[in-house]
Design a protein around this ligand. Structure first.
Ligand code: SF4
Length: 209
């Protein structure tokens, strides 16, 4: 005797009654007019609402918060707490030191010299750069964390200065590292260095990151 094929009983669809048209919000799911199976509503919700909510939340966290909150706060903190590398190359370094003394007091702008490149975000090249010291300068620059900036202080750092044609002198530190601000003078006074730092702060503010 052959067994009769079993037939799965049809699922009993639960249904819900929709609210009257006047109470429904515009843009609601297209189920006007009749009772809609509960399973269908659940499927629509899972297929459309949950991915949309996840996307909106992800975008809020990753894009809008970065643009509207995290970026500006980092930018504000970074430009008001520049940490230049504490070093000196030649006579311009005397003016660099004077800018951090009691009379000009660069620290009132939040500029605090640090002796380790790993704690610095600003390299002030304050003197003649020779080819002998060039690879050390590049190493120090690469040890600084991002974001980082460079100020070429004085004519020597900017373009070689009075030693431009010497065999041993680099004709401008921008041959080695990217320079953001150039300060003219031989040597520039401490006020000029402070003006260069304020110019750099303005550049960082305009980056809007
Ligand atoms: S620019 Fe003038 S003061 Fe500065 S390091 Fe060169 S020679 Fe010295």
């Amino acid at each position: 005797m052959s067994a009769s094929p079993s037939v799965r009983p049809a699922p009993v669809a639960r249904s819900m009654t929709l609210p009257p048209e006047s109470l429904r919000l515009e843009g609601e799911l297209p189920m006007a007019g009749a009772a809609v199976p509960f399973v269908e509503i659940e499927a629509l919700r899972a297929r459309e609402f949950i991915p949309a909510a996840k996307e909106a939340l992800g975008s809020l966290i990753s894009n809008r918060s970065r643009e509207t909150l995290i970026g500006p706060v980092f930018n504000w903190a970074g430009r008001n707490s520049l940490f230049p590398l504490h070093w000196g190359l030649a006579c311009c370094a005397i003016e660099f030191a004077a800018a951090f003394g009691a009379r000009w007091d660069a620290e009132r702008f939040g500029v605090v010299a640090r002796s380790s490149p790993r704690q610095c975000d600003l390299m002030i090249v304050n003197g003649t750069v020779t080819w002998k010291v060039a690879h050390k300068l590049i190493t120090l620059y690469e040890q600084m964390p991002e974001p980082k900036w460079v100020i070429a202080m004085g004519n020597c750092a900017t373009g070689g200065g009075p030693f431009r044609t010497a065999y041993s002198v680099v004709p401008g530190v921008d041959k080695l590292v990217p320079v953001d601000v150039y300060i003219a003078g031989c040597p520039p006074r401490p006020e000029a260095l402070l003006d260069g730092i304020l110019t750099l702060e303005k550049l960082i503010r305009e980056r809007k990151e």
